[in-house]
Write a protein that binds this ligand. Structure first.
Ligand code: B12
Length: 153
């Protein structure tokens, strides 16, 4: 999978849209090293005009916060594949909500272990277990972010 994405990415790059619609901070939650899904989503998002800052895997909550303060993204995406990652996911979302000045960027979580119950538990704005669905949500949020706060669930 990794080899395939490495091969594909340079070719997809030539099709990148010219205008950037927004910046997104992306990473896999602390304690989790799965990144195939996150990387697939990042490739799709970059092809569709989103400037993605990928923090990699096993990203501590404090790093998400520091990078969000530095880059002021329109959205923050957190990947979580392990069910054991849920507590750290909750901690990360809570830290971002409590420490970032308003308007807090919309937070989307994704990965195999994610469903609406997890979304409610961690209090994220959006949850997906499919990259294209996530991309559609990001587009909706970023295209609206000029004039109003992103629509919440
Ligand atoms: C590949 C894999 C690995 C690889 C990971 C390689 C890598 N670089 O990612 C390796 C071998 C390293 C691995 C390790 C482990 N794994 Co593993 N792994 C898998 C496996 C087979 C596939 C996961 C995967 O990549 N799926 C494909 C991707 C494309 O799907 P996805 O992540 O869901 O992503 C899609 C969407 O969710 C979405 N998406 C994903 N992230 C995001 C983020 C955002 C913001 C958005 C919008 C969308 C989005 O986009 C993608 C495309 O649609 C699964 C089993 C399975 N069949 O799912 C087990 C599985 C996830 N692993 C499991 C386990 C237990 C582990 C280990 C703990 C094993 C161990 N004892 O060491 C370690 C983890 C160590 C750690 N600290 O993280 C368990 C988890 C069980 C659980 N209850 O949580 C699973 C389910 C296997 C099992 N049945 O037991 N694993």
């Amino acid at each position: 999978m990794r080899q395939m994405t490495d091969l594909l990415e340079p070719h997809l790059g030539t099709k990148k849209t010219e205008s950037v619609i927004g910046t997104m901070l992306l990473g896999t939650v602390a304690g989790d090293i799965h990144d195939l899904g996150k990387n697939l989503f990042a490739i799709l998002a970059r092809c569709k005009g989103i400037h993605v800052i990928d923090l990699g895997v096993d990203v501590p909550p404090a790093t998400f916060l520091a990078k969000a303060q530095e880059h002021k993204p329109a959205m923050i995406g957190i990947s979580c594949v392990l069910t054991t990652g849920w507590p750290k996911l909750e901690e990360t979302v809570s830290l971002l909500r409590n420490k970032l000045p308003p308007p807090v960027p919309s937070i989307i979580i994704g990965g195999t272990s994610i469903d609406e119950h997890v979304c409610r538990y961690v209090k994220s704005d959006f949850c997906v277990s499919d990259a294209s669905e996530g991309l559609a949500i990001c587009h909706r949020v970023m295209n609206k972010s000029e004039d109003k706060r992103p629509k919440k669930r």
